[in-house]
Design a protein around this ligand. Structure first.
Ligand code: HEM
Length: 474
């Protein structure tokens, strides 16, 4: 048996077979018992079709339909099918965020500023929502796994694949193509996660068995990351950055967003005190966190608020993913106190170290390209500097890029210390990275200098990336 096995709750199954995606497609609609809830969800998106607007378009139009929904807490108590529970969690998450954040959205339409949200969730919604959250063992707020992203897709052509152009959202807020493209691209990238998880598990298994030839698994990991970065760049096409504000407000969390929610949200009939949970964010995705643990970037994380936040976000994932991360982390330390890099160096395995360097370069590309997303989709669009997950976005993300560069420099030095490999592919990765590391250094130093200036601008970050040849839009 593999040393990493059994990370499943029946809906997700972190494995070489499913990666981070659900074991099968999520339910599109709720069972008939919940038709009143389903009807409100269907009528809710700002735009329903080319001719009609939905409830969220008109101020307060959502209130009466929400209050009229039956309190389904007893029916939910009896549910045992994880796919039904997931669809219920997704449905109540969407309903709660839409109901609470609708006034903020209306204010935004008037003057471009997020207005105060409602902060009381009525009993008929709060009780069943918290019941289903309890059954899934997650916080009662829209999350990335069960609700907004990975558990929210449906194929348009059943025989097609999970390319973002062939999938749409089961539940929506804005109902416009930019929202669909934005979040479905996350699913698209994750369709390669089975190969990535597989390569991680194979490497770990081999090293734990005392085998030395792990280069083929690391090559697979590197190739998969390259593919993921190619798909990631599709974001510029899948969702126009100028339209990010059409739906951004609805995915805000409560924690960190006191301007919108004050002390928090009161869940009537559940808790006496208001609660503040974090909002859904791509930072709840599993690819980069797994790669950070596997490659050893976590040893280089800076001590700052983003690092604390990333660790806090581990709690905002399904329990099976949390267990996977924590077992992976201790297994990597079990392989060597300094993780993968330490073990490969002990083995004098220059070829594998080159693939590790290639993997780190892809993590770098992911983060540097992602920083450019943050510039255009958020910074160029709004003065509201708090991200949906509740973080002050401007200053933290680039520090994580610096951690990757630090590790790349150490891996390059490790290869130099034992001698470059003869393998042509591995050698080409090494040589390319040796020549480009100073460029990456120059670029990150320039980007960090920019964010410390008072007149910070997204355009300046883009110009700098262009100058160094790393413009993500190309
Ligand atoms: C237009 C596209 C995107 C925007 C505007 C965006 C925005 C952000 C923001 C603002 C953060 C800071 C944390 C927070 O949410 O509070 C963040 C973090 C993060 N996002 Fe995204 N994101 C985008 C696409 C993606 C995609 C496609 C993925 C992966 C599939 C992803 C994965 C992550 C990760 C892993 C972090 C944690 C920071 C790190 O480890 O470097 N994001 N994102």
């Amino acid at each position: 048996m593999s040393i990493l096995s059994n990370y499943s709750d029946g809906f997700f199954d972190v494995s070489a077979a499913h990666g981070f995606l659900p074991t099968k497609a999520p339910m599109v609609k709720l069972p008939a018992t919940y038709s009143d809830l389903q009807n409100v969800l269907d009528a809710m998106p700002v735009v329903l079709n080319e001719k009609e607007f939905g409830l969220l378009h008109t101020p307060n139009a959502i209130v009466a339909p929400v209050l009229a929904i039956e309190n389904h807490v007893e029916a939910i108590e009896k549910e045992t099918d994880i796919f039904v529970l997931q669809a219920l969690f997704r449905s109540y998450s969407f309903l709660a965020s839409a109901y609470l954040l609708e006034p903020s959205y209306q204010q935004f339409k008037i003057d471009g500023k997020y207005g105060k949200a409602r902060n009381v969730l009525p009993k008929n919604i709060a009780m069943p929502f918290c019941k289903v959250a309890d059954k899934l063992d997650v916080f009662a707020w829209l999350d990335y796994h069960y609700a907004y992203s990975l558990g929210n897709y449906r194929k348009l052509d059943a025989s097609g694949d999970l390319n973002w152009e062939n999938i749409t959202m089961c539940n929506k807020f804005s109902g416009q193509p930019d929202e669909v493209g934005f979040i479905m691209l996350h699913v698209d990238i994750n369709r390669y996660s089975a190969d990535l998880v597989g390569s991680v598990m194979q490497t770990l298994q081999a090293l734990s068995n005392g085998e030395k030839n792990v280069a083929p698994f690391l090559e697979k990991n590197w190739e998969t990351m390259k593919q993921m970065n190619i798909r990631r760049k599709e974001m510029w096409k899948a969702s126009r950055w100028q339209r990010y504000n059409d739906f951004r407000i609805f995915i805000m969390g409560v924690k960190g967003n006191t301007d919108l929610f004050g002390d928090g949200v009161t869940y009537e009939g559940v808790w006496d005190e208001p609660k503040a949970f974090r909002g859904q964010t791509g930072a709840q995705d599993d690819i980069i966190p797994m790669q950070d643990i596997f490659s050893g970037v976590i040893f280089y994380y800076p001590e700052n608020e983003l690092t604390k936040y990333l660790l806090d976000l581990r709690l905002y994932r399904p329990k099976c993913v949390q267990h996977f991360f924590s077992d992976l982390q201790s297994s990597m330390k079990g392989v060597h106190p300094k993780g993968l890099m330490g073990k490969l160096l002990d083995n004098k395995d220059a070829k594998s170290l080159c693939f590790l360097l290639g993997i780190l370069e892809e993590i770098y590309h992911f983060r540097n390209g992602h920083w450019q997303f943050v510039q255009k989709y958020i910074m160029a669009n709004t003065k509201y500097a708090i991200a949906t997950g509740g973080t002050p976005i401007t200053s933290w993300i680039p520090n994580q890029i610096l951690s990757v560069i630090h590790q790349m420099e150490d891996v390059a030095a490790a290869i130099a210390s034992i001698g470059a490999p003869s393998d042509t592919l591995a050698l080409s990765i090494y040589e390319k990275n040796i020549s480009l590391l100073p460029t990456k250094r120059g670029l990150i130093d320039g980007q960090l200098a920019l964010i410390h200036k008072n007149d910070f601008s997204a355009e300046a970050v883009f110009a700098l990336n262009q100058k160094f040849g790393y413009d993500d839009t190309e």
